[in-house]
Design a protein. Structure first.
Length: 326
């Protein structure tokens, strides 16, 4: 099968290579998926670039690994492990598993679900990690009807889902994005949109019950000034120092929690079948839709990852995977 292999750490366009690899064999708790599409996430470029640098031992060693990369996927189940229930050969599925930039993938059954019937494979591949992060992040922050929610990074991969999901939950949503994305975020249902190039979202008198920070460089100390007395700040982004990543912001938030009734928390998504099932139902009911910025063929997967790292796309960047010779 064709796949995209990482060879060491660095710029995706330098260390990612199209290769011919063995088709994986699924274990008892796995499903062999013929992958139709994947999508690129910050998760991918952090692994590929080996950042933050202090995490390299956990990311694959100091020199960098040789491995098939990618994680989001949508495709068709070709073989089902003996311990797997609820998935049959021929089912259209989507989910999250390492090694998705390839024509075949052995994915844990606990991290996949039946694909939304209203979406194409490319659209479905744009959903898993970003939409799971948005849904679980809002729930971690206690989003509820009537609350005021500020979403920083509202036009990004996670942000475009977060705006729609917060509105579905009944919140009054304010999205923060750049000038060229104002119409996009408003069109997704945001009640108010702030252009961060023209206005500091933390400078006004508005206070929010929940701030979902998906990007930007605003410190926890600065953002808490825009929270209600018992409001919550959820930090869910990987920006920060190249050596330590967001560790500084996480530590600052933990320290502030000691002296305030406000709550500052760091959030990491848990990719599971139950959440994927819930998202499928919301999508098929018309409450949520993926926003796709651009598409790349498998052989240009490095460009897709580079765009996510450097280009601040509006929504998700999809990698289309078709048949072809190496």
């Amino acid at each position: 099968m064709r796949g995209i292999e990482q060879q060491g750490y660095g710029d995706p366009r330098r260390v990612l290579h199209l290769t011919q690899a063995q088709t994986p064999r699924p274990e008892a708790d796995q499903v062999l998926v013929r992958v139709s599409a994947s999508s690129a996430n910050p998760y991918d470029w952090h692994l590929i670039c080996g950042e933050p640098l202090l995490m390299r031992p956990a990311l694959g060693g100091f020199r960098g690994p040789r491995r098939i990369v990618g994680a989001d996927f949508a495709g068709v189940a070709e073989e089902v492990g003996s311990a797997v229930r609820g998935v049959a050969v021929g089912d259209e599925v989507y989910g999250f598993a390492d090694g998705a930039f390839a024509e075949s993938l052995a994915a844990p059954a606990a991290r996949l679900a039946r694909k939304p019937s209203t979406l194409s494979f490319e659209q479905a591949a744009a959903v898993p990690l970003a939409a799971i992060t948005a849904l679980q992040g809002l729930r971690r922050g206690g989003a509820a009807r009537g609350q005021r929610v500020l979403i920083i990074g509202a036009s990004g991969g996670v942000g475009t889902f977060a705006v729609q999901l917060a509105k579905y939950m009944g919140a009054e949503v304010t999205g923060v994005c750049s000038t060229s994305r104002l119409d996009l975020v408003a069109g997704l249902g945001a009640d108010h949109v702030i252009d961060y190039t023209q206005q500091d979202p933390t400078a006004g008198t508005a206070c929010y019950d929940l701030i979902l920070q998906l990007g930007g460089t605003y410190s926890p100390r600065r953002l808490r000034r825009s929270l209600t007395a018992r409001g919550t700040l959820i930090q869910s982004h990987g920006d920060g120092n190249r050596w330590t990543g967001p560790i500084g912001a996480v530590a600052a938030g933990a320290a502030l929690n000691l002296f305030s009734k406000q709550h500052i928390a760091t959030f990491v998504a848990d990719e599971d079948t139950a959440t994927l099932d819930e998202l499928r139902d919301l999508i098929d009911a018309g409450h949520v839709k993926p926003v796709i910025d651009s598409k790349f063929p498998l052989e240009r997967a490095a460009d897709a990852v580079a765009l996510v790292r450097e280009g601040r796309p509006a929504g998700k960047v999809v990698v289309s995977i078709g048949s072809g010779e190496l």
